[in-house]
Design a protein around this ligand. Structure first.
Ligand code: ATP
Length: 363
């Protein structure tokens, strides 16, 4: 029986539990044994109780739970070869040769490095007499499959990451609440949205809430943005709008790559437009709570596909990520997706903003 393990790594995102549930149950349905690795790579490096055989009933109720029930962590030791060596040993001891990782680009890059090093790691373990040649015989190849779990929607080659729509719902609900109080007092609110260096979540939030103005890193505002923003907001007010909402991505910057801060915008609206202006940083509420229906669907379909990808992999198949493009669940090469994603940051640094937008959208 194949033994397939699943783990969640990097920042938590709603829908990760749905992915774990789908992997466990699809693996069992396909005649395999399923394992959960607790606390991300930390669990893989520690081994023992952190790698647990998981049965169908163990993941009951996971679909509607937020966060990740099997835990996640940032693990410094997995970034170094000795850490990955311990991880390889623990996998061989547990009899696992397929790993499905639900996480961001860092976690997926780490997984692919692990796969490349795998035969060398095992040989070294034998030469150090930590494993016998006999023990490593059945473990020629390591299968890695990535599921992109992140609220940031920051991975190229997929339309949506697991968690981003749940987060968007939370942001919309929060902005609706802010709207009620803003309306009553005719206030302006600057709402800072998560996403690190990526503006997708802020962009989707701006569209979904009908914000008056929006700042995202991939498309900085025109040089005279202060004047432009004030004149647009002034115009909206002149037409009878009682409330102003400005959405700022946490990575927002101007064309000179200087950070645009919510306080800076607040000062402008307060001083130039004389609006009673407040700043709301939504923070970690954007990451918590029950996954929305879309993320339950996405994580379930992608988790099932990940198991199929493991079972169909040939020794020379590059590690895939499971994507969704134009509503179809498909496999894309993991390394290419990570490389394209990294190129966005390079394009932004070079102030090639059109390229940055295209790369975010790349299929
Ligand atoms: P998020 O987008 O939420 O931050 P992420 O997966 O990108 O998720 P990271 O903190 O970059 O988050 O990575 C999570 C873990 O993956 C790290 O703590 C480390 O253990 C492992 N990891 C990341 N990058 C590498 C790498 N290049 N090589 C080996 N392991 C890595």
């Amino acid at each position: 029986k194949r033994r397939i393990a699943v783990m969640t790594s990097g920042g938590d995102a709603p829908g990760m539990n749905g992915a774990v549930r789908a992997v466990v149950r699809m693996a069992i349905a396909q005649g395999c044994e399923a394992f959960c690795i607790y606390e991300g790579y930390e669990g893989l490096v520690q081994g023992g109780d952190m790698i647990k055989r998981t049965e169908w009933e163990d993941v009951r109720g996971y679909l509607s739970e937020g966060g990740t029930l099997i835990g996640t962590a940032r693990c410094a030791s997995f970034r170094e070869r000795p850490g990955r060596m311990k991880a390889a040993k623990n996998m061989v001891i547990a009899g696992i040769d397929a790993l499905i990782v639900c996480g961001g680009d860092g976690s997926l890059t780490g997984a692919d490095t692990f796969r490349k090093e795998w035969p060398g790691l095992l040989e070294e373990l034998v030469s150090k007499q930590e494993l016998t040649a006999e023990a490593i015989k059945p473990f020629k190849y390591l299968n890695i499959v990535g599921l992109v779990g992140s609220i940031d929607n920051d991975m190229s080659m997929t339309d949506a990451t697991i968690g981003c729509y749940s987060s968007l719902h939370r942001i919309c609900n929060s902005v609706d609440s802010i709207n009620d109080t803003a309306q009553s007092h005719q206030r302006a609110f600057i709402v800072e949205v998560m996403g690190r260096h990526c503006g997708w979540l802020a962009l989707m939030a701006g569209i979904s809430t009908g914000a008056d103005f929006l700042f995202i890193p991939e498309q900085p505002p025109e040089k005279d943005w202060k004047k432009e923003m004030c004149s647009i907001i002034h115009e909206h007010r002149k037409r009878g709008k009682r409330v102003t909402i400005v959405i700022v991505a946490e990575g927002a910057q101007d064309q000179e790559l200087n950070k645009i801060t919510p306080d800076e915008i607040k000062d402008l609206l307060s001083n130039d437009l004389k609006l009673d202006t407040r700043v709301t940083t939504l923070g970690h509420v954007q990451r918590g709570g029950a996954p929305c229906a879309y993320d339950r669907m996405l994580s379930t379909l992608q988790g099932a596909e990940a198991v199929k990808a493991v079972l169909e992999a040939q020794p020379d198949t590059p590690s895939p990520i499971i994507s969704i493009i134009e509503n179809k669940i498909i496999r894309k090469p993991l390394l290419e997706a990570v490389e394209l994603t990294n190129e966005v940051a390079v394009a932004i640094k070079a102030r090639n903003f059109d390229k940055a937008m295209n790369l975010r959208d790349a299929e």
